[in-house]
Design a binder for this molecule. Structure first.
Ligand code: AMP
Length: 182
């Protein structure tokens, strides 16, 4: 699992970890963005939440992950990007993955002023609907309020690895790989 605030680079790093371990990457953000593009019912619900910087309901995202985990390609493992984001999601994941060995959780930590700088840059390049300045502030607040408790949850289980994400993409990848090997 890769957990980090918006702009920490967890999506990019999750892709790299998944490629290195030859397992699929499951990104709830990507699934939701695809649903928005296809204008499905799920997409319509998700779009409003995303635009406001709020989280989509635990029930919806947990169902999406459950559905994805039922695919055969997740048998030998998988990388989760952007899930779980709340304690409720972490507990639901426990139930879903009962059959697996203990998870490894990587927290990608980046100082807030650097996150704001990166997201400002991404807004002009990727044109994401949730990279507007006001939305970014809300997403950072949501991260502190809803997602940081998830880190404590895994920390008490000794499953948490914290990596300094304030470095080049390659350096962060090296740090994550080294930590996972240990
Ligand atoms: P991300 O690409 O992971 O930054 O996700 C973008 C947006 O999708 C978030 O700001 C939420 O609105 C929504 N989202 C993605 N993953 C989750 C999740 N696990 N729980 C709730 N909302 C999510």
């Amino acid at each position: 699992m890769l957990i980090g605030p918006p702009g920490a680079g967890k999506g990019t790093q999750a892709t790299r970890v998944a490629d290195a371990w030859k397992v699929p990457k499951i990104s709830t953000g990507d699934i939701l963005r695809r649903a928005i593009e296809s204008e499905s019912l799920l997409g319509i619900t998700a779009k409003e939440c995303m635009r406001r910087g709020e989280l989509v309901s635990d029930e919806i995202v947990t169902d999406l992950v459950a559905e994805r985990l039922a695919d055969a390609d997740t048998q030998d493992g998988f990388v989760l990007d952007g899930f779980p984001r709340t304690l409720e999601q972490a507990l639901a994941l426990d139930v879903l993955t009962e059959a697996y060995s203990s998870p490894m959780v990587v927290e990608v930590r980046v100082p807030e002023d650097e996150l704001v700088r990166r997201l400002r840059q991404r807004r002009t390049i990727e044109r994401r609907i949730d990279d507007e300045e006001a939305t970014v502030r809300e997403r950072l607040a949501v991260y502190r309020r809803a997602t940081q408790p998830v880190l404590d949850f895994y920390k008490t289980r000794n499953a948490l690895i914290t990596v300094d994400g304030h470095a080049s993409t390659d350096d962060v990848t090296r740090r994550i790989n080294a930590a996972l090997k240990r």
